[in-house]
Design a protein around this ligand. Structure first.
Ligand SMILES: [Zn+2]
Length: 319
């Protein structure tokens, strides 16, 4: 396809920036990454990206005209129409950062911006587990819990770009753990990798039976899932607690949007069908019946590429 243009997908994270050239159909042609330099309030992040893109084009012997447009996912709430990022604490950027204009200057093509979790949700919708679904909720279970809500093929942003922040739904109204957002009892405090380890430690302190989990509390989320799959009672109770919290939160979001699919990704989701099955049981228990019957809970498929695929979707559809 000599004449076909390329899309540029950019996924900015706190430690690295993932970049890719993709076809207009969203297939990755070439991908690479560079470190995120957060020194001096992240002031070189955008110029680093611009330089890297031009360098890569030269390396591949491809003219700049080959690029059609770019999309960017970045960690924080955004105003897509104004092209502004309200805040990006992880990167050190000042509030109301003119991300779109600055990035357009750096890469030399039209740019559309999105919150990184939303971008990953769009990626899964376009090229991953959500393929074909126009109403979809994606959640990422990692060190935190991120999310994106897609209605009729597009992200729901809300008044201040903060819609879809599933991780900060209150899951424990009384006596919950402190969350990074300043509130207590957020879903993130009980359903992230950090959260499930904390739950297991709390249960372990009062548990009198045998368990495969290290009594000193030296274990990871993966150890808990492995032990649960080997029928370890304490690990099973821990996973059940996580599935209960997630099932409840997803059932409430599900009853609001009745999505076709709920896509679950991130490190914790590596527990796979075992975890999906348990979440599904609680989801059905708590959801409005027609929602429980019509919403599929599925595993994400794109892994770390979801963000760049979603950024490319923005490049293709929002410019
Ligand atoms: Zn929170």
């Amino acid at each position: 396809m000599e004449n076909e243009k390329w899309l540029l997908g950019i996924d900015i994270g706190g430690t690295s920036v993932k970049l890719a050239f993709l076809s207009e159909e969203g297939d990755i042609i070439h991908k690479w990454e560079i470190p995120t330099n957060i020194a001096n309030n992240g002031s070189s992040i955008i110029s680093d990206i611009g330089k890297s893109v031009h360098q890569k084009l030269a390396e591949l012997n491809v003219p700049h005209e080959k690029l059609k447009a770019a999309g960017v996912g970045a960690p924080g709430p955004i105003d897509q129409e104004k092209g502004v990022m309200f805040e990006a604490v992880n990167l050190g950027w000042p509030d109301n950062y003119q991300l779109r204009n600055l990035m357009q200057e750096a890469v030399g093509v039209p740019v559309a911006i999105e919150n990184d979790a939303n971008s990953a949700a769009l990626g899964e919708m376009w090229k991953g587990a959500g393929k074909g679904a126009k109403d979809l909720i994606a959640i990422t279970l990692g060190t935190g819990v991120g999310g994106g809500v897609i209605v009729n093929g597009d992200i729901v942003h809300g008044a201040k770009g903060a819609a879809g922040e599933v991780g900060h739904i209150t899951a424990v109204p009384e006596g919950g753990y402190m969350c990074n957002c300043g509130k207590t009892g957020c879903l993130e405090t009980v359903a992230s990798a950090t959260g499930i380890v904390r739950t297991a430690k709390a249960l372990l302190a009062e548990y009198e039976g045998d368990t495969k989990l290290n009594k000193n509390g030296d274990f990871t989320a993966k150890d808990i899932f492995d032990a649960a799959q080997a029928d370890d009672e304490l690990a099973l109770i821990t996973v059940d607690s996580l599935a209960n919290h997630l099932g409840l939160a997803l059932a409430n979001i599900g009853s609001t949007f009745n999505p076709e699919k709920i896509v679950i990704g991130g490190g914790v989701s590596k527990a796979g069908d075992f975890l999906i099955g348990k979440i599904g049981q609680y989801f059905k228990k708590y959801a409005f019946k027609p929602v429980g019957e019509s919403t599929d809970i599925v595993l994400a498929q794109l892994g770390n590429d979801a963000g760049i695929a979603g950024a490319a979707w923005l490049a293709a559809n929002k410019n």
